[in-house]
Structure formats: structure tokens, C-alpha cells
Design a protein around this ligand. Structure first.
Ligand code: MN
Length: 420
């Protein structure tokens, strides 16, 4: 008997009872609180918590849902996350009368998503961005060094990453200001200062850390999932001209840290479980600390849509899949902590641009237009080498089940001119 809710959920909704992603929402004039999405509704967990629905040993006598972030809940770990899901699936099930038959209670517990503002799901203390798609690394390396030297010698031995900037991670819907910086064209003797002329998106996914580890205590790869709460969509906005001049020898800095957008709903590992796939064979075989028993990835369809201010409807410009990542999330987490680096509740670890082998699966303009050499042709006759002011870039993603979807909603951002 498939799990069914008393709430109507259409087959293409991202939020059926099998999903139940967590986020932080705020009603007009109200305080922020933790909610769970079902269909086009938000379930207010603070109300259910006050009524005593989450009194179980897993919650360690803590109240965690009247908060403006998921951090307290994240710190409790998987037993509390599982228990919350179990309680909610029971309360929302077609079989359970508690909410189904109590109109007054339903009024207190449910809000429509239209009537709330979504906030960042967590207070993000640290943000790390990996570089784990083979095709992305290979395409970018080919542009910079030619196909013979596309991958650096370390790339297949360790999940390459840089430490990003947590303060400029924003929730979907936040406008993106075109950054200014130093730019030096290859034929110029000296750099100039001005707004970036090559603003780009990067289609990525990211996961939020749960309990985390103590300083000096690495997390082995087969324990990594104890620390992974769930996933969001991410757009790592990038200024390619600023990046080209500044990145050597220490990597990305101002080309990346002006803004990073994430989707508001965090989809849990439990919801993604039916879409788990074995990690493809890695050659060369990684060092022992990166080898996990039954390491895995997920079958998640991902899309990027571009809408210019002159277009009536968005156009799909990327179609890719989470399975295009070479390194697994368990390997990323094991590598991040292998030197004893401590991860904390709410830390954000991102995948890097998720490009596949096909041209349509390239996850950024840099690859799609091959550094501007082949501009994108849009259906209304416009062309784009890079993102322009007024453009809106939206990333969406979901797992396709039998008659239902486990979706991530979307992460969207509109480009605002540097003088706006
Ligand atoms: Mn990135």
C-alpha cells in the first residue's frame, strides 16, 4: 500500500508525502520557524512541537522548531531526523484523523506557501565548494591548458575544493548585484577596474552538515552519512574575467564570494533513499581512506532555465544529472575531515558545477558558450555569451518516482546592474 496523504498532491508536485523537505519560513508579522513542505502547503512544526508531538527520547528534551534556523535540529543527528519524519508521515497520512478531521487544528498547522517568505534554512558557519564533475573539470582544463593537460595530476586522487564565503550565501529569490573588480584582458599590459563583463552561473547541489566532528577526529567515509542531513540546489555565481586575473596561485576569491544562492527546502537522505545508485568504478582506485563499502550517488534530474527581461517564458539551457559527479558525497566529507578539520552543524558542502558528457549537460555559460566563442541562441532571437542585467537564472531538480516526484523546488536569482 503506497503512502498517501489526506492532502491532495499532484503527480508533478515536488512535495508529496514521500518527500517532506525542511525549511525556515516566516509569515507576515510573525516570527521565523521550521516548516516542512507538502504539496503547496507548509506544515508549521513549532505548533506541533508545542502540542507535544515531538516528545521522544530522540529529541533529548530539546525544543528545536521555534527557531530561525535548522541548526539545533541538525545537531541532534539522524535518530531525531528519522523520528520527525516518522511522526510527520503518520500525522499527514490519509489514515490518521488527528489533523485530517480537525479543521481548527489544520488552520493553525498549515500555511500556504504563497503566504510565507522562505529564509535561509541554516545559519551557515562555513561553506566549501568542491570541483567533482569530471566533465566540468575536463572542459575548463581543456580551455585553459588544452586537451592533453586538461586534468591536473591530483584530480583523480582527491576531491579538489576551495573554502568559500558563508556570509554571502543567500536564499532563492535574492537579487544578484553584478560585481565589479580588477579585470585584465590577455592583450592588455595592466588591469582595469569595472563591472564584470562575464557573469556566469554554476549549476550545483550542496548538502548541510548535521552533528559534525570534533577538531582532530576525522570522519571515515563509511560514517559520512551520519553527518549529512540533506541536499539543496545551489547556484555558485561566478565572474569569469575577475577569476581569470586573480585565481593564481591560491584559487577563487572575489570572482565567487559576492553571492551564492541556495534553494530554501532541504531534501533529506531518507527521502532520496529510493533514488540511491552505486557509485561508478573509479580508476585509479582511490587511497584507502576514500574507499567506502557500497559507496553511492543519486539519480537526480537537474535543469537550468534562463529568462531575459525580453523573454515571455524561460528557456532550458542545461539538462544534467547528479550522477555526473565523479566523487561521492561520502568521499568529499571523508576527505574534508581526514586532516582533523572539524565540520559543524549547518556547514554547507557543495558539489561543484555538475556537467555531463553531452553538450546540453554543461552546467555553466563558460562551458555552454566555450568561453563566449559560441553564444547561446535564445528562441526570441537574442544571444548570450554571459548573463546580462535583468536576466533570471533558475535551477530546478527532482527524482522521478513511480507516479510521484521527490523535488527540490528551485533556486532563482535575477541580475541587477552594478549601479542599481
Ligand atoms: Mn562552483
Amino acid at each position: 500500500m503506497p503512502l498517501e496523504s489526506f492532502i491532495d498532491v499532484s503527480a508533478d508536485s515536488h512535495f508529496p508525502i514521500q518527500n517532506l523537505p525542511f525549511g525556515v519560513f516566516q509569515r507576515k508579522g510573525g516570527k521565523p520557524g521550521v516548516g516542512v513542505a507538502i504539496s503547496d502547503l507548509v506544515v508549521d512544526l513549532s505548533v506541533l512541537e508545542e502540542l507535544g508531538h515531538f516528545r521522544a527520547p530522540e529529541f533529548q528534551d530539546q525544543k528545536v522548531f521555534s527557531e530561525d534556523s535548522l541548526n539545533k535540529f541538525l545537531a541532534l543527528g539522524r535518530p531525531a531526523w528519522r523520528k520527525t519524519r516518522e511522526i510527520l508521515q503518520r500525522l499527514l497520512s490519509a489514515e490518521t484523523p488527528t489533523l485530517r478531521d480537525d479543521a481548527q487544528l489544520r488552520k493553525k498547522v498549515f500555511h500556504t506557501q504563497r503566504d510565507v517568505v522562505m529564509k535561509l534554512p541554516a545559519c551557515i558557519g562555513n561553506y566549501t565548494d568542491f570541483y567533482s564533475s569530471y566533465h566540468h573539470a575536463h572542459n575548463v582544463g581543456t580551455m585553459l591548458r588544452g586537451p592533453e593537460n586538461a586534468l591536473m595530476p591530483n584530480w583523480k586522487w582527491l576531491p579538489v575544493a576551495y573554502h568559500g564565503r558563508a556570509s554571502s550565501v543567500v536564499v532563492s529569490g535574492t537579487d544578484v548585484h553584478r560585481p565589479s573588480g580588477q579585470i585584465k584582458s590577455p592583450d592588455a599590459a595592466v588591469p582595469t577596474f569595472g563591472p564584470t563583463k562575464s557573469l556566469d552561473y554554476e549549476l550545483e547541489m550542496a548538502f548541510l552538515i548535521g552533528p559534525g566532528n570534533s577538531l582532530g577526529k576525522p570522519v571515515p567515509s563509511d560514517r559520512a552519512i551520519d553527518h549529512i542531513f540533506g541536499f539543496v540546489l545551489m547556484n555558485d555565481w561566478s565572474a569569469r574575467d575577475i577569476q581569470a586575473w586573480e585565481y593564481q596561485p591560491l584559487g577563487p576569491f572575489l570572482a565567487k564570494n559576492f553571492c551564492t544562492s541556495i534553494s530554501p527546502w532541504v531534501v533529506t537522505l531518507e527521502a532520496l533513499e529510493p533514488f540511491r545508485k552505486p557509485l561508478p568504478l573509479q580508476d585509479p582506485e582511490p587511497l584507502p581512506y576514500l574507499r567506502g563499502e557500497n559507496d553511492f550517488t543519486f539519480d537526480i534530474h537537474l535543469e537550468a532555465h534562463l529568462q531575459t527581461s525580453a523573454m515571455k517564458a524561460p528557456q532550458i539551457i542545461t539538462r544534467t544529472n547528479f550522477q555526473n559527479l565523479y566523487w561521492s558525497v561520502a568521499q568529499q566529507l571523508a576527505h574534508h575531515t581526514v586532516n582533523g578539520c572539524n565540520l559543524k552543524p549547518g556547514d554547507l558542502l557543495a558539489s561543484g558545477t555538475i556537467s555531463g558528457a553531452r553538450e546540453e549537460s554543461r552546467g555553466c555559460m563558460l562551458e555552454l558558450t566555450w568561453r563566449g566563442a559560441n553564444p547561446l541562441k535564445l528562441p526570441n532571437g537574442e544571444t548570450r555569451k554571459w548573463l546580462e542585467d535583468g536576466d533570471t537564472l533558475t535551477i530546478s531538480g527532482w527524482c522521478q518516482g513511480d507516479g510521484y516526484r521527490i523535488g527540490f523546488g528551485e533556486v532563482a536569482g535575477r541580475i541587477i546592474g552594478s549601479d542599481a
